[in-house]
Structure formats: C-alpha cells, structure tokens
Design a protein around this ligand. Sequence first.
Ligand SMILES: *Cc1c(COP(=O)(O)O)cnc(C)c1O
Length: 453
Amino acid sequence: MIPETVLTKPIEGWYQSHPLLKRFTATEELCWCNNDLPGFEEIQHTLPLSASDIAEATQRLKRFAPYIQHVFPETSVNKGIIESELIRIPNAQRALEKITGRSLPVTLLLKRDDLLPISGSVKARGGIYEVLKHAETIALQSGLLSEKSNYSDLASKACRLLFSKHQIMVGSTGNLGLSIGIMGAQLGFRVTVHMSSDARQWKKDLLRQKGVTIVEHRDDYGAAVANGRREAKELSRCHFIDDENSTDLFLGYSVAGHRLQQQLSEEKIKVNGHHPLFVYLPCGVGGGPGGIAFGLKQVFGDNVHCYFAEPTQSACMFLGMYTGLHDNISVQDFGVENKTCADGLAVGRPSAFVGQVMTSLLDGIFTVSDENMYRYLALLKDTEDIELEPSATAGFPGIARVTSATDNCFSPQLPETAFNNGTHIVWATGGNMVPQRERAEYYHKGKKLENNL
Ligand SMILES: *Cc1c(COP(=O)(O)O)cnc(C)c1O
C-alpha cells in the first residue's frame, strides 16, 4: 500500500514554520543543514542496526566470493569481492575552483561505484547482497549447501533447479532492477521487475534478454514498488525486495564503510578530528546513501560528515527529514513533479526507515538542478575522461555547496579549517553500463549548458 499523506497543517503553515519549503516548491537549489545532529557515541545504541550486523553482511559476502568469481570472471581482480576504486580527480578540482571562483585546497576523491562490476551502479552493493542472502537461506534449508561449503557449488544444476522454483520481485527506476535481475537470473531464480516510467529502455531490454520479466508502469517509482509488493504477497515462494524498507539492502550498502577505511589507509590519508572526512552521496529513496552513511559512521563516528544530494525535482528525503513527516509526505503534495533526468534518483516519497535512522547521522542535504547535473557530467568527461550517468554526478557540487555563503550547510560545530584539512569524497553511483549512444546524448546536453554553470 502507498502510505497516505498526512499533512498536519495547511501548506501555508508549513511555509511559515519551514521557510526552505518555498525554495523547494519553486524547485530552486537549496541546502538543508541538520543543526541538531547529536554526537555519534550518544546515539549509537539507539540505532536499529549495529556494527555486528555489518560484520555479518561482510562475512556473507566473503562466503559468496568464490561463487561470484566463478560466474562473473570480471570480479577475479578482487577475488569475487564487488568493490570499486577510490581515485583523485585533480583536473576536475581545478575546474571547480574556476567555476566557484574560490580556491579549494582540499583532498578531493571520487568513489567509482559507477564501475562496480556486474551491474555498474551503487545497486551492485545492496541489490546483489539481498539476492545472495535469499539464495543462501533457501539453499541452506534445502540441505544443498552448508555454511562450510564452497559456495561455487551454487552454480550447480541442482541449485539452479532449486532456485528456479522460487521467484524474486522488485520495484525500481532501473538500476536496482538491473542488479537484482542480473544476479537473480544468474542464480536461476525467476525474476520480475516492476519498472517505473523513468526506467531507460536499454535497461529493460538488457533484462529481458536475460529472461527477466519486466512489468512497465506509467507512474513513478512509488507506484511500481506498491504494485510489486501487492503482486508478491499473492504468490507463494516469492521474495519481494522492498527498497523502501529492507534492512538487507541497507546492510549490503553499509559494508562500503570499512572497505573505504581500508582504501583511505592504503592511500595514507588520515581521518581524525583535524582531518575530517566529507562524503557527498546521491539519494533516491535513501537506502543506498543511507546504508553507506551508516557504515561510514560506524567506522569514523563524528569525524565523518555525510551529505545527501537530490534532484530539485525529487528532493523527497529533504522533504521527509526537514518536516519530520518522512514517508507521510511526497514531493507531489507540494506541487513538485518528480520529473528529472536523474532516473536513479526519481523518487517522490522517501523511505521512512532510512529517514529516521539518518536524523541522527546526516549532516545535511543539498539539491541539484537537472541542468547542473548535465553540466557536471560534461565537466567530468572533459577534465578526467570519466563518463557518469546524470544521477551519479549529483554529489559533485557538494564541496562548493556545503560551504557557500548562500547555502551555509557547514556544521556550525566545525572549525573552518576542518573543511580545508578535510578529505572530500564524491560518490559516483552509476554509469558504466550506459550504452554509447546515450552517453553521447548526455554529454551533448551538458556541453550545450556549459557556459553558465
Ligand atoms: C539508486 C541510485 C542512487 C540512490 O540510491 P537510493 O537507495 O535510491 O537512495 C544513486 N545513484 C544511482 C545511479 C542510483 O541508481
């Protein structure tokens, strides 16, 4: 069921009590600072998930590594662990300085989740993890697998036959469907993806080729999820992957935290009170960036500052957290249409589960116009020869936005030196699987807009 909107007072009243909503309804870029952010140690025990849950997910992914390596040989370099590089982008940094007219003497890094193997987006973390966990549960119950088995046994005929009697269903704007469809089909599951109207044709085509059933919806993401959830309920042996509520998805994303810590230490980049970490994460329904932020907080505590980036048209997490109404409100209730080129972020109603967890973990949220996402897309191509999809560029302006005089989204508790001493990570969340023709179109759009960034 789609949650009902509960506007506890008329919209005019909301404008008065929450002045940023005026900018929001005008779809102007904005930045919301979570001024009441408590210290991590104070609230750690109140969180619904813990470091041991993340450790369990990490162990599970290790058990699956031999299987992943066996069926997706491109993961061999990392021995079957699905992980991405962390790189420096000095040319893009100089271009940013030019645009903002400010010197940005910081360490700027790009997390290349756009290159994650198997499905080329951040969803290769959460989506694949949940499918694997489900497969493990079924295989253990059947006796075909034990936790001590070599998990490459899962590629056997017997296991595939077992999984073919089970179904997996999901609602998606595209990338979650890709990760779940590719992984699920590889294991032998029957997979159905309910796609929102935003989903790109090539994603549907690719999944159909793999034998995945695609149900196309004329409505947005919320409706696709609701339909999938309803259909799944009526079927036996059907697992619905619930992007709005799933803790398994969330934990799949969260393992990024300690892996990033490892990568930073390999680069000899320190993170402490004097050298904080700033992370800019594109946000749709919230599970991906939320899970990553949760994992980072467990590792770095108060020394990491996480910000979400949303399209001006789909700033549902901003709306939910700012008003405190979470999934009881949608951007459409304020006359904003949820129409954006950032298909991976085209969500009008946020996850209540994630929004509530983030209340005590997130430093802030800023929004980005479609035009600017296209411009940053072209800028990254020109300066670093990196090709992202529009959604994946949303974090890029964070470094300028968080400290800009007009936005002022910088935590008041932080000394200004913290920003310059800090390491700033733009989380690039997708792009590797985008067909060449679409890449060229994206770039072309960005170039046309280039002159007034
Ligand atoms: C899904 C997605 C995100 C955000 O993840 P959510 O869990 O929806 O918040 C960001 N970037 C891309 C490219 C995505 O596909």
